[in-house]
Ligand binder design. Structure first.
Ligand SMILES: [Zn+2]
Length: 141
């Protein structure tokens, strides 16, 4: 994905700190190679303090994002969220609440500053995640 897009995810993560940010990644999937082209930042649908450790995307946001993506000629290819003061590694809660297909980008934000940013795919049997490489490009796809 373009460096600018990663920078926007970092910005969202720092802005939401100490709460988790979340949003969709829109772009293209070409035979398993994904090209992130845009993001859609979302409100974390969790209440109060729960937003520090978890995020939830409301069902109608999914529908809104699908519409928005197709209006842009794109697909939803992933979901990003931040881990305030925790590593960029999926939690058990993340595993239980994720779906195969989407790329899950997790950004670690430590003391308000964005750190590691990693992407994961859920195995089809949903038992675990495997990391996928993020390639940052200088030019827009
Ligand atoms: Zn998480």
């Amino acid at each position: 994905m373009p460096v600018e897009l990663e920078a926007r995810i970092r910005e969202e993560g720092e802005k939401a700190y100490p709460e988790e940010c979340c949003g969709f990644i829109m772009g293209r999937d070409e035979g398993g190679s994904r090209f992130g082209e845009n993001i859609m930042a979302l409100e974390n649908a969790r209440e109060g303090n729960a937003r520090r450790r978890r995020f939830r995307i409301a069902a109608d946001e999914f529908i809104r994002a699908e519409r928005e993506a197709s209006a842009q000629g794109r697909d939803i290819i992933g979901i990003y969220h931040s881990h305030p003061d925790h590593p960029a590694f999926p939690s058990e809660y993340d595993r239980e609440n994720s779906l195969p297909f989407y790329s899950y980008i997790i950004l670690s934000v430590v003391e308000g500053r964005s750190g590691e940013c990693k992407s994961y795919l859920l195995e089809t049997d949903r038992s675990s995640f495997r990391e996928e490489a993020i390639t940052l490009s200088r030019d827009l796809n």
